[in-house]
Write a protein that binds this ligand. Sequence first.
Ligand code: SAH
Length: 235
Amino acid sequence: MQLFYSPKEYWQNDQSVEIHGQEAKHITKVLRHNIGDTIFVADGNGAQFKGEIVETRKEFVRLNLTQGERVQPAKIRKVLALGTIKKRDRLEFAIEKAVELDASEICLFDADHSERSRLNEDRLQTLIISAFKQSNRAFMPSLTILGSLDEVYKNYKGYTFLMAHERTPTTERPKALQADNNVLLVGPEGGFSQREIELQTNCEQGAFVSLGSHRLRAETAVAAFLSHYTFSAED
Ligand code: SAH
């Protein structure tokens, strides 16, 4: 059964929900669903419901919710903070894997070695929604864009920072997360600068992590890093 997405502002206390825009068109025009049909809908914030179509308009479809639940978020938060990658398809691959591998939040920052390229935020948001629906998750990671690694430390003050760095001794493998709030840092194609490595060294709650003895592409490092934590106890 296909999952559809509707942001929380269109939900009326888990009794009924409107699905707008492209999603609505997809339901009525492409899949040709009609009144009386049952579909699944999520709000990206823990709600996963079955609903019956009771109204189809040009701009929206309304459902009466028949069955479902609102799941609680996992206790442990994992922010995936990635230095922006120049090649768009590689950046989008990294973001898609971050959604599939349970990043609680995705933060893109302009690292010292990032080659400046304008990010199309709407396009990235659409990518996150489709990865969220495809992987049938209850929670959809938000997207935050920051101007430097320095801003990442400020924005996530109090979090534990784990920096994946290819020159870390391979004995420093990712361990089970101790803290509730964590930022997993991955550098851009050109890696972290000496300055950024110093920032991480001076960060009071931080550690360097090795993802093995081979040099991974940034987007591979995102998948490798997150998958260490994805299948942890609370999943
Ligand atoms: N700076 C390297 C490659 C950077 S790879 C070079 O000389 O080209 C991009 C990012 O992936 C790195 O900043 C790091 O965060 C991560 N990464 C790649 N291989 C890794 C490894 N073996 N261990 C830990 N992190 C790694």
